[in-house]
Ligand binder design. Structure first.
Ligand code: ZN
Length: 253
């Protein structure tokens, strides 16, 4: 039998057809690319589950072959574009919502907006796990334990009131957490939380690593992320060579 597939969590933002020149931070993945990524994960043998479920399987020691698709910030395309693709492909996913941002223009791409309260409810009704991304998108690694606890408790309560169900997963804004933030997240009652850019560790459910999925991410890059080789490679390569490699991988897509 082939080597067991490593557990995997992927961190997306929007699913929309946006050219790279309009998306300098790479926050939007094209719907066709996203479909191909889901197909590839399935063809490798992954089961795609909610983030909370991935954390539960890790605790039981049975997370091999399990992957979680996660989406930060709560963009409206998560309901309009992502949810239908999830239904088509029978994949589960988790959307991390900033409870203080509902219905407003998106800070990093003002041509789109954040889900409204009704839309968050519709997403939950569609079977998507709703998680917290704090109330004000605070950098929890910079504000200390007490304030982090307040923010995490507040967004949990606000989102639970909104969907009429439990909110048990969180994603750290900017992917950043320190020991205080991780402790605050556990004390606020979450069962699982994730960072980004591969940072974190698999043996702490409140400090789980997620791999960033950016606009133009190729299937070659997805393979490197799966094996946790992407971030080390990007750190090691001189910037120009890394950009060339990514461009070439894109052309191959
Ligand atoms: Zn965010």
């Amino acid at each position: 039998m082939a080597r067991a597939l490593p557990p995997l969590a992927l961190a997306y933002h929007g699913i929309a057809d946006v050219p790279l020149r309009r998306d300098p931070s790479g926050l939007f993945v094209r719907p066709d690319d996203f479909r191909r990524q889901v197909e590839r994960l399935h063809s490798w043998g992954y089961e795609l589950v909610a983030f909370k479920e991935l954390a539960e399987r890790l605790e039981r020691g049975s997370a091999a072959g399990t992957a979680a698709l996660t989406f930060d910030d709560g963009l409206v395309d998560n309901l309009e574009t992502l949810a239908p693709i999830l239904r088509e492909t029978a994949a589960r996913a988790t959307v991390f919502v900033v409870s203080g941002w509902l219905g407003i223009a998106y800070r990093w791409a003002p041509w789109t907006r954040i889900l409204t309260a009704d839309e968050v409810r519709a997403l939950a009704a569609a079977g998507v796990e709703i998680g917290s991304h704090t109330a004000p998108h605070a950098d929890l690694s910079a504000i200390g334990y007490d304030e982090a606890l307040v923010e995490l408790e507040r967004s949990k309560r606000e989102l639970e009131d909104l969907i009429g169900g439990l909110v048990e997963s969180a994603a750290y804004p900017y992917g950043r957490a320190n020991a205080d933030a991780v402790r605050a997240c556990r004390d606020a009652g979450y069962r699982a939380a994730g960072r980004a850019s591969g940072a974190g560790r698999w043996n702490d459910p409140h400090d789980l690593p997620r791999q960033d999925m950016e606009n133009g991410c190729s299937l070659v890059s997805l393979r490197l992320k799966r094996d946790n080789r992407y971030e080390p490679l990007m750190r090691w390569l001189p910037a120009r060579a890394a950009r060339r490699l990514v461009r070439r991988a894109r052309a191959l897509r």
